[in-house]
Design a protein around this ligand. Structure first.
Ligand code: ATP
Ligand code: MG
Length: 264
């Protein structure tokens, strides 16, 4: 079998029996799932159900108490991320993975220019040519519908929606294979949300991104995801294709979630 065929057989991310507690309170219990290349998985559930904790554990920002998190490295081998060296983990975080925070201030460097925010990951992977880096930064600003003429402006001078788009450009510039997104449209007003969703939708399809997307907004999950995982009290209670879960939820909690949030 060729290595390409082997890669197609394997998930990009495999999570097995993940658990995480804070001082005796379980935030995630026995969470298992596979994410396949090119797939967008939405993690939904009420506030406090463990979504952010799960996302931080699987993106190696938070140590979990139990379980395995395996990632398909570029060489086609599925490796436990806890067994990686610090250098390997840093490489993943700077290149292969992107992380879009709910609050853009957590994902941007506010004291440097928009261009420098985008350039940082390019430089981390060896970019040295100033003119080329600046040109790529401007091109990415254009792709996320920001005025490239503002490349030297600091993020603090941008609106919330613009900051979120800058955060997305900063993450996507190195063409990550996997993007973690925590409520990417949260905290924005409705019209800005809709525009950002459109943009995200076209970028994920253009770049064939794989993503784990945390949201409490089922409309966002409907628009962006292929599959949905419903969490309650730190546990996965239902998982399935997005349309199936939203149109015909099986678990009483998912039924309640769907009927209370989506207009009928
Ligand atoms: N740093 C922390 N220290 C102690 N408890 C925490 C911490 N972070 C989260 N928790 C608790 O873990 C549980 C899950 O929280 P988490 O932030 O993962 O939920 P969430 O689903 O992301 O909620 P939201 O939709 O409000 O963002 C909650 O009971 C929360 O109070
Ligand atoms: Mg959260």
């Amino acid at each position: 079998m060729s290595s390409t065929e082997e890669t197609l057989d394997q998930p990009l991310l495999r999570v097995t029996n993940l658990a995480k507690s804070y001082g005796g309170n379980a935030a995630c219990r026995d969470v298992s799932f596979d994410l396949w290349p090119g797939e967008i998985l939405a993690v939904v559930g009420e506030s406090g159900s463990g979504k952010t904790t799960l996302l931080k554990c699987i993106s190696a920002q938070l140590a979990c108490d139990d379980g395995r998190i395996e990632y398909l490295m570029r060489d086609g081998i599925l490796r436990d991320i806890h067994g990686l060296s610090e250098a390997e983990r840093r490489f993943l975080m700077r290149t292969d993975w992107g992380f879009v925070h709910q609050n853009p201030r957590d994902g941007l460097r506010m004291r440097v220019s928009a261009g420098a925010n985008i350039a940082e990951r390019m430089i981390a992977v060896g970019g040295r040519n100033y003119g080329k880096i600046r040109g790529t930064a401007e091109n990415w600003m254009d792709q996320v519908e920001l005025d490239p003429g503002r490349v030297d402006h600091q993020p603090g001078t941008f609106s919330g929606g613009m900051q979120q788009r800058l955060q997305i450009a900063r993450n996507l510039v190195t063409h990550p294979r996997l993007v973690f997104m925590d409520e990417p449209t949260g905290g924005l007003d409705v019209s800005v949300q809709a525009r950002l969703l459109d943009l995200l939708r076209s970028l994920v399809s253009k770049l064939q991104l794989s993503a784990v997307l945390v949201t409490h907004d089922l409309a966002v999950a409907r628009l962006l995801s292929h599959r949905i995982m419903v969490m309650q009290g730190g546990e996965v209670i239902e998982t399935g294709l997005t349309d199936q879960v939203l149109d015909d939820p099986q678990h009483p909690y998912s039924q309640m979630l769907v009927s209370s949030i989506l207009p009928v």
